[in-house]
Design a protein around this ligand. Structure first.
Ligand code: DLL
Length: 435
């Protein structure tokens, strides 16, 4: 454990959380007109926050609120105290802008160091960091965390897959940081280049995050690279990566002495008890430049609060199934892309490279999945492909209760992502836009 607080008794942790929450509420109320207005409308004064339960009475903050105050309207400090600015583009509208004071950077580096300590990353390690460097928080977040624990960081960023493989091998990288989809792509290119992934590389663990990954995809990465899969979770609005990190027992621990998690009913906004699935909401309690009260992440998960075998007492969040935005409702049945991915990883003959195409046929939604077959099955000819298609359709029906049209495509024809994979093509929206 990097910091003893990760294993502190719950009462001690909650006392700290309450004190920090009270300070944060005072801070935003007095320094940010947006929060003062919202609190006043609800008739809440900062002094009313007397227990952690009172958090539930506070207003939510959304991505739209950040956009409406673009670029620095929700900052609590003047720019001369800001030492870093990041931004995420999203698909529509203005980008979201986040800022850090020196203190915020120290918090971020601390939680990244805690994440890296999950598998004892230290001076003996070479960390190959293939998260994108730039406005995206992935690259620089992992970079500073790896330096903090004393590892040698290779800031390779995304892209240039063949060169990355060469450097990983020649520098003897022991840790890989990347999106799961890019790690899979690297494995594929590595094999094509004639590498023996387990013999030629020394990767012992990987920090994978920034997008959902099904259990099947995780297992494929473990098998291909022979590594320990550590999950990284976070979002720029809260700090970047380092909001939660997977321990060796596979539990994703939230660093809740800095970020308090809640799960709410997406429709009603009611807080749900532990064990119930809903939308994850975070309140930052130590951030200075951009503290956020009850930020709605749109990520769907479940919280658990039992102590873990690793010794941490921190709340565990289940791996995010997907974003509320990405949930597909196909003729009334809810489906996340990661569930489609999981089915694909169970069937021989296909690769977990896929795209979901949504279309409308009359009033009904039509869901088509384009899947890449592997080289061997492709060589087996038409009969084998027809059988594979029927099998996939049946498995989707068994697992997801929906009829899916499968389109098999040739090996290595779907676009590979260098960062977060784009899995959905929504033709329904495109048609709507044209009108
Ligand atoms: O993706 C930060 C990050 C970088 C996390 C590197 C982990 C590793 P954003 O670009 O702001 O920040 O995107 C945040 O990505 O709300 C989730 O929907 C998704 N996401 C992040 N981690 C995971 C994960 C970074 N482990 C959004 N599983 C979040 C599923 C994830 N989704």
């Amino acid at each position: 454990m990097w910091n003893q607080i990760e294993g502190a008794p719950r009462e001690e942790l909650e006392k700290l959380q309450l004190k920090r929450l009270q300070d944060t509420v005072q801070r935003v109320y007095h320094l940010v007109p947006f929060y003062k207005k919202k609190f006043d409308e609800l008739g809440i004064r900062p002094e009313d926050v007397k227990s952690l339960e009172d958090l539930q009475r506070l207003p939510f903050t959304t991505k739209q609120d950040l956009r409406d105050h673009y670029p620095f309207g929700l900052f609590t400090v003047p720019l001369d105290q800001v030492v870093r600015i990041h931004s995420s583009s999203g698909t529509t509208g203005k980008p979201t802008v986040v800022g850090y004071t020196r203190h915020d950077m120290d918090v971020w580096i601390e939680v990244m160091a805690r994440s890296m300590s999950m598998v004892g990353v230290g001076p003996q390690d070479v960390v190959h960091n293939a998260y994108g460097y730039g406005l995206f928080t992935g690259g620089l977040g992992f970079h500073y965390g790896a330096e903090k624990v004393g590892a040698a960081v290779v800031p390779s960023s995304g892209g240039f897959t063949k060169r990355q493989l060469l450097l990983m091998k020649d520098f003897g990288a022991t840790i890989l940081c990347s999106t799961p989809s890019f790690a899979l792509h690297m494995a594929e290119v590595g094999k094509d280049e004639g590498y023996d992934l387990k013999k030629d590389f020394k990767i012992r663990a990987g920090f994978f995050g920034a997008e959902p990954a099904s259990e099947g995809l995780r297992q494929a990465l473990r098998d291909e690279w022979g590594l320990i899969y550590i999950e990284a979770y976070g979002l720029s609005e809260i700090i970047g990566p380092g909001v939660a990190a997977g321990c060796p027992h596979g539990h994703l621990h939230v660093f809740e002495d800095h970020f308090i998690p809640e799960v709410i009913d997406t429709e009603t906004g009611e807080v749900l008890p532990d064990g119930k699935e809903g939308e994850l909401v975070f309140t930052t309690v130590t951030k200075q430049a951009l503290p956020i009260i009850r930020y709605r992440t749109k990520d769907i998960t479940v919280l658990h609060r039992e102590p873990c075998k690793c010794g941490r007492t921190l709340t565990v969040m289940e791996s995010v199934k997907g974003r509320a935005d990405d949930m597909l409702i196909v003729n009334g049945v809810n489906v996340f892309p990661s569930q489609v991915e999981h089915v694909l990883t169970k069937v021989e003959g296909v690769t977990p490279n896929y795209v979901i195409v949504l279309d409308k046929k009359g009033v009904l939604d039509k869901l088509e999945v384009w899947v890449e077959v592997d080289d061997r099955t492709f060589a087996d000819g038409i009969g084998a492909l027809e059988q594979l298609k029927a099998k996939l359709q049946q498995e989707m029906l068994n697992d997801l209760y929906i009829n899916v049209r499968i389109k098999l495509v040739e090996p290595k024809t779907l676009e590979r992502s260098m960062g977060k994979a784009k899995r959905i093509i929504d033709k329904r929206e495109a048609e709507g836009l044209q009108k």
